[in-house]
Design a binder for this molecule. Structure first.
Ligand SMILES: *Cc1c(COP(=O)(O)O)cnc(C)c1O
Length: 333
């Protein structure tokens, strides 16, 4: 079945390049990178691929306002705000935050993109969907129609963005003349990983998909990813056998918690920056790359010839999370 209709919001295809010096330093398989941080600037990173499908659905159902939620530095919220501005739609963001957040990074951009921000307290994070539904009701009372995107756009329609990315990777591999043995990404809300898994099944990609957890452990994420996969197969109208216990979820690189860095991770970010001129972010791609390099050292990739690391973006987070601190890595609180 063809994928659902999509808007064209991202700069695609994103380039794939070999990281020679990091490959040499790691001493394992060739490490290649897919620059999904190059999908755009305002609309940058992995969320734009998901928005291409989700916002198309919003338009097709006659919605005039995008509603989504996330942390105060959400890359997804910022990308949604930019998509809304580009398309002339309204945008309301429900962001969980400590009171009086600094006007920095993604949050600053949300405001400049004219999104209406509703701040909720950190302890109300579990109720984000309820807050979004209230916003939708409020809009309906004014004769408007809101479209709710879940956190990270990690639902059936959103994950189509990464099913589509696998098709793109297959085309790029055809001109490179080989197939990657593994595709590695960070897992936040799970839609990127789920889309890659489903794309692998749909297009028969031989490589394994490895997701490095950056928020919580594999036991917590297995059912979450399973549910996104079920929903995605419904959207696609196709069914594949992808058992939850066969998913390659990589534990051990969360560190002290979501959006909290640790010295070894920051050292990896710095190493990749000065060896390759590639900036990773401290919340997602830094931990994912740290996971990949550590697993190579442990021998996990002993049989692989080439692995593809998906750089999912997040550069604006650097300015928030690392800016103003002692920028000599390893000294971050
Ligand atoms: C959201 C995000 C991720 C995680 O992707 P999910 O689909 O939510 O798992 C990874 N990297 C960056 C930069 C992100 O913003």
């Amino acid at each position: 079945m063809p994928l659902p209709k999509r808007l064209s919001l991202a700069c695609l295809p994103t380039p794939i390049a070999r990281l020679d010096r990091i490959t040499r330093l790691a001493g394992g398989p060739e490490i290649w990178i897919k620059r999904d941080d190059y999908t755009g600037i305002e609309m940058s990173g992995n969320k734009v691929r998901k928005l291409e499908f989700a916002v198309q659905e919003a338009l097709d159902t006659g919605c005039d306002t995008l509603i989504t939620a996330g942390g105060i530095q959400s890359n997804h919220a910022r990308a949604t705000a930019a998509a809304a501005a580009k398309l002339g739609l309204g945008c309301i963001l429900v962001l969980n935050s400590e009171p009086d957040p600094a006007h920095q990074g993604n949050y600053l951009l949300d405001e400049w993109l004219n999104a209406e921000v509703r701040l909720i307290r950190p302890e109300d994070t579990p109720f984000r969907m309820k807050f979004m539904e209230d916003v939708r009701d409020e809009l309906a009372a004014k004769g408007k129609k809101g479209y709710i995107l879940p956190v990270g756009a990690s639902n059936g329609i959103g994950s189509m963005g990464y099913v589509n990315a696998v098709q793109e990777i297959c085309e790029q591999e055809a001109s490179l003349g080989f197939k990657f043995d593994a595709i590695v990404c960070a897992i936040g809300s799970g839609g990127t990983f789920a889309g890659l898994e489903l794309g692998k099944a749909k297009y028969g990609h031989p490589g394994e998909v490895h997701g490095v957890l950056v928020t919580d452990d594999a036991a917590t994420y297995r059912p979450i990813i399973h549910d996104i996969l079920e929903e995605s197969m419904d959207v696609l109208g196709e069914s594949y056998e992808i058992p939850a216990d066969a998913l390659h979820l990589v534990d051990g690189y969360v560190g002290p918690g979501y959006a909290r860095s640790y010295p070894e991770e920051l050292e990896t970010i710095r190493t990749v920056a000065h060896a390759e001129g590639v900036m990773l972010d401290p919340v997602y791609s830094g931990k994912a790359m740290h996971g990949l390099l550590s697993e190579i050292r442990k021998g996990t990739y002993a049989k692989a010839k080439r692995v593809l690391f998906v750089h999912t973006g997040g550069l604006f987070g650097v300015f928030h999370f690392l800016g103003g601190q002692d920028a000599r890595f390893g000294k971050v609180k």
